[in-house]
Design a binder for this molecule. Sequence first.
Ligand code: HEM
Length: 235
Amino acid sequence: MAVEDYTQPVLPGEGASDYERYLRTDDLLALQKRPDDQVHRDELLFQTVHQASELWLKLSWAEAEEATRLIEHGELPAAQRLLRRAVLALQYVISQLDMLEQMSPWEYQTIRKALGHGSGFDSPGFREIRRVAPQLGQAFSALLRERSLDVVELYRSGREHEELYQLAELLIGWDEQVTLWRMRHYLVVARVIGDEVVGTQGTPVELLGGLIKQRFYPELWRARNRLTELANEED
Ligand code: HEM
């Protein structure tokens, strides 16, 4: 019997090993500026954080989009599993922002000049999150309608609608991560370029602070107010 030679790649494609072929590491690692093209060596840090963030954002919205489809087909536990991933992916995007604060604010001004009109408003990952979030909300609302429930009733129903309760908590959890990201991003921006300046696309940083109030699922947040009111009325 022929002994398999594990040192040789078997997958098609470029790259010396199957690891490099499967992950396309040659392409991936060529996506950052080479030292000769950099205006500052911290461009590697800056590009790494942004590119890695785009990948986690992609995973987050893709899982949320598939979760929407599963909810529409009544597969609620499977949807929950994917929404847990969507939440976790955003936590990674948030924690990576710490790395940007390792840049000197003065040295960052050199990098900034190389960004053109590049702005996070054009982030494909964030744009996709904004696209899929309302669809997820609609799928959830349709479920509530099917069971003739509103959000407040759901929260007051104990364990009677446990799967829906878990879903509601995942939706608000995902929404909360987006808000936490906006809060953290705002502070990073303020710490790096200041909070009384305009961005590379002409947006006043102050306006970013205002966006922190935006919510994908306001009815889930409002329900908390109502629960507090109801509890107060009982007293
Ligand atoms: C030094 C680091 C950073 C600075 C100074 C910065 C600065 C800014 C500024 C000034 C804006 C307002 C739009 C403009 O005029 O450009 C903005 C928006 C935005 N940035 Fe950043 N940013 C940084 C890092 C990041 C990272 C790592 C991401 C990850 C993807 C990101 C994603 C976004 C998004 C999605 C928006 C739109 C915000 C929203 O819709 O709430 N930024 N950024």
